[in-house]
Write a protein that binds this ligand. Sequence first.
Ligand code: NA7
Length: 535
Amino acid sequence: MRANDREYQQLDAVVVGAGFAGIYALYRFRSLGLKTRAFEAGSGVGGTWFWNRYPGARCDVESMEYSYQFSEELQQEWQWSERYAPQAEILRYLEHVAERFDLRRDIQLDTRVDSAIYDEAGTRWKIGCSDGSRWSARFFVMATGCLSAVNMPEFAGRESFQGKIYHTARWPHEGVTFHGQRVGVIGTGSSGVQSIPLIAAEAEHLYVFQRTPTWSIPAHNRSLDPDEVRRIKAIYPELRAQSALQPFGFNTRSAETTAMDVDDQERLREYETRWERGGLGFLGGYSDLLLSRDANDTAAEFVGGKIRAIIRDPALAAKLTPRTAVGCKRLCVDTNYYDTFNRDNVTLVDVTAEPIEGIAPKGLRTGGKEYELDAIVFATGFDAMTGALLGVDIRGRDGVELREKWAAGPRTYLGLSTAGFPNFFFVTGPGSPSVLTNMVPSIEQHVNWISACISNLFESGHGSIEPTPEAEDAWVDLVNEIGGMTIYPTCNSWYLGSNVPGKPRVFMPYLGFPDYVVRANAIAAAGYEGFRLGG
Ligand code: NA7
């Protein structure tokens, strides 16, 4: 040990975050015998499910699938109450997992990792935390989630506002009441779509400031039927294996037929069936919905018709109907979203043509008009996929900063490693399927892959692993090539980073979970092809 190493406490692995990814990484690394510690900024475990407590927050993947499968006992024991689990229940589940597998003793809460600097001489990561503690670890793993760094637009005059300001992703733990208040919600992505109907039911008046209208499919949420749960649990592993073969890694009942292969009547029947079933599976209707604008237009026409049927005022219906392709921005799943705009106490304010000018002491200004408000809810989303990774000062070989390396967009190999940063992994990073899948099996797949990679290092007697720049370039090209074959680049979305001013416009996720898994396994089986193993 060198003299200045004494101030560093020694670990084998540091994990940042204690959400789904961090909890599972800690569990797996412990089983490998690695001395591991997870650091979590929140005062509890849960990650995004700890912070996002806004009214109506729930997952858009069904609860029987949005859960771990690494422990058969766990998946048999845990009882979900609804088709789509509410935030509080998912949080309870994660707290339970942390307890059940005795993980809490290695999770340090209320602690932010500020920096991670690679020390080449010692092949160690030197990690600095917000509590002043210093750690030295061989492996550094960011399990910080894709949707955790908050996007808070800088509207002039925000500090002058005399009412309350909230962000959906930083919701007060004690809850909020809007009774008798004039409330403004900015944003109509999933967080807006889920919270708007509940806020409208409580507030005296709700103003929804919409920049881009959103496509949403009804959730048809309901209590889970015990017989249905019994049937699923009887064959849980088989169902999980089947889901892993679906394009998004969960059961979207994805068809192989294309939309243009069938006549109008059949297509309408299929869309109607999927609308009635509800949820994200709507996009599984035809195999080309995300690949061809013509195919997608048929879905847009169908959902547009539903919006017109729900909204009584045709002019309002037109304002609420997107012009983007369905699913280009993340598709929303709702309970009474469109219908909420029929209420007398709800006003849609279109800020497309006239962007929000600023916040005044008594309200919000747009289009030369001031809307008087008692509370403003920012449902403005996240600096997705890279925000949390770049929020930490991470420096690899030769002191190169990750922020500098990724200035023109993220560069990764497999979406879990980056050249010049040995023994550094991230879970569901840019360039992995991540947000285009059911996150939980994606997280398990990544953490299993990283764990096998670390075991392999031990067995082969190598000290470090990092991708070669060539393999990384080829991977980035592949992600772009696949993205370019889809409808995703045809609109602005957080998949492209275009929701955050100044962020490079790059399509970040890898479309196709099964194909990704095949490639990741083949790379490992070929002796970690594209990686450089250090001595
Ligand atoms: P999203 O989906 O990024 O939605 C954010 C919304 O806020 C969206 O409607 C934005 O409009 C709007 N927004 C953002 N900045 C502004 C400004 N400056 N002015 C007006 N409106 C603005 O975030 P969510 O939290 O709803 O959902 C994120 C994911 O979490 C979701 O997809 C699920 O996967 C879970 P825009 O569309 O950019 O014009």
